[in-house]
Design a protein around this ligand. Structure first.
Ligand code: FES
Ligand code: FES
Length: 152
């Protein structure tokens, strides 16, 4: 049974069944490989995308629940090939190490800073409680997000 999804503003049709995890459709069928499939049990945040503007771990999101909803992946953050302000400040602070955690962190922080544009370090840390960075680069990325919040 086909499932129609709206991904980054485009209608896409998946041939997979309704219980298929969104991460598998994004990566294997639509070739949107930004979101990473790591723990597959909702514990690491690497697969985070936005559904109707809210962060969702796509490893636990069956596509059958997502018809008619707006899915956005990390690929949508850059506009006209220009990195978002968050992506730019992360680069300025030399945050990324292996990068496995990073698409999920970007999606969480993008949503969080939209809602709390003047957040401080403690709030930013709390927002990232569901995101694990195995390279343990937390301090620099919190520094970068806090620096962006001070510019807002
Ligand atoms: S792969 Fe989805 S939370 Fe880890
Ligand atoms: S940069 Fe390697 S897991 Fe976070």
């Amino acid at each position: 049974m086909a499932t129609t999804l709206t991904v980054n503003g485009e209608r896409r049709v998946s041939a997979r069944g309704p219980m298929t995890a969104l991460i598998d459709v994004l990566r294997d069928e639509f070739f949107l490989t930004g979101a990473k499939s790591v723990c597959r049990e909702g514990a690491c945040g690497a697969c985070t995308v936005h559904v109707d503007g809210q962060p969702v771990v796509s490893c636990l999101a069956p596509i059958g629940t997502l018809e008619g909803r707006e899915i956005r992946t990390v690929e949508s953050l850059a506009e006209a090939s220009e990195p978002s302000a968050l992506q730019q400040i992360m680069e300025e602070h030399d945050v990324v190490q292996c990068g496995m955690c990073f698409p999920g962190i970007l999606m969480v922080l993008t949503g969080f800073l939209r809602e709390c544009p003047h957040a401080g370090r403690d709030e930013i840390k709390a927002a990232l409680v569901g995101n694990i960075c195995r390279c343990t680069g937390y301090e620099r990325l919190v520094d970068a997000a806090a620096a962006l919040a001070r510019r807002n």
